[in-house]
Design a protein around this ligand. Structure first.
Ligand code: HMG
Ligand code: MG
Length: 299
């Protein structure tokens, strides 16, 4: 089967980006950010995270933010939940899509969610069961698919096992995360290829951080392998609180610029996305990490 050229971008800046920015944005600015993103043509905007506020204080206002955003028709607003408690908090404010997250590395999981891989999956079982009853879609994240800040190499077999398990449990989409942005294109492609032997490629997404400047090259390799869902963050904000030195996700503006340049439609208005990225950088008081935004807004 020839894959379609259309690419679905999952915008994760309001969650993955803001969870690790030293500047704490007020809830009203987060709401304004998501509302602006909703007007760009994005189909999926991860809005926030119902994790422990002690672990991620930047997103302690999750309920206020989720309640305050305008839900545009045709746009999904998934939120991160680590356990049933998070799921219930998310549902209480009307979330209809959630994401659970674990890692292919035991050491990373211990630092990130204070649990082993198997324990974390045990916590997802009641979330997935309740979500099925509620008609809520659940995305699954697998972190550290190309390397771990604590354990180093991550065997491909571990990535495949965790991705397959999340899919078997009912996650409709599995996002494969290079949490520390350490991967290179051939490795990224081989990782995706191995997972796609067990989980249909149409149910896979890739999630690259740009720490080593490899993210666009890795995405291109994965597009060639057939993936059509890409996570990215406007302005390239953030990192991971439990992965020291990790920079933000690849910038959405840069991904969209590359895709449109290759004739791969996204439905996103690049100019509006750039304006939103520039606005966010001003709110955070730092230059945008997007090369496209910097090029287009240079004076
Ligand atoms: P724990 O301390 O082991 O949990 O944390 P616990 O179950 O023992 O609970 C301890 C306290 O937390 C209790 O409160 C609970 O009520 C509370 P206390 O009785 O002490 O007052 N609690 C909660 N509060 C609010 N919402 C909740 C919740 N759950 C428990 N959902 C836990 C375990 C998982 C909660 C914690 O480790 C946590 O929240 N971790 C989140 C870490 C995080 O958000 N990391 C970043 C996201 S992952 C990521 O960025 C990677 C990704 O982008 C992909 C990639 O790049 O690879 C997705
Ligand atoms: Mg991430």
């Amino acid at each position: 089967m020839t894959p379609t050229n259309h690419v679905r971008i999952v915008e994760v800046g309001a969650r993955d980006g803001l969870q690790n920015e030293p500047a704490l944005l007020p809830a009203a600015s987060k709401i304004a950010l998501i509302d602006r993103l909703s007007a760009t043509g994005l189909q999926a905007i991860e809005a926030t995270s119902f994790v422990s506020p002690r672990w991620v204080p930047q997103l302690a206002d999750a309920a206020e933010v989720f309640s305050g955003i305008r839900k545009a028709p045709g746009v999904s607003y998934p939120v991160l939940v680590p356990n049933l408690q998070g799921y219930q908090r998310a549902r209480a404010v009307g979330a209809s899509e959630v994401a659970v997250f674990t890692a292919a590395s035991e050491a990373f999981n211990r630092k990130n969610i204070n649990a082993s891989i198997d324990e974390s999956i045990e916590r997802f079982i009641p979330v997935l069961a309740q979500a099925r009853l509620d008609g809520v879609l659940v995305r699954g994240y697998v972190s550290t698919v190309l390397g771990c800040p604590y354990q180093g190499e991550v065997p491909l077999g571990d990535v495949v096992r965790v991705a397959r398990r999340l899919h078997e449990l009912g996650c409709h989409e599995i996002s494969l995360g290079d949490t520390i942005g350490i991967g290179t294109p051939a490795k990224a492609r081989a990782m995706l290829h191995a997972v796609a032997q067990e989980v249909p490629i149409a149910a896979l997404a890739v999630h690259f951080h740009d720490t080593y400047g490899q993210a666009l090259a890795n995405i291109l390799a994965c597009l060639e392998e057939g993936v059509r869902v890409i996570d990215s963050a406007v302005s390239g904000t953030g990192g991971c609180p439990y992965a020291k030195g990790a920079t933000g996700n690849v910038a959405s503006e840069d991904v969209v610029y590359m895709l449109h340049g290759m004739g791969m439609p996204t439905g996103i208005d690049l100019d509006q996305l750039i304006a939103t990225g520039a606005w966010l950088a001003a709110q955070l008081g730092k230059p945008s990490a997007s090369r496209v935004t910097r090029a287009r807004t240079a004076v």
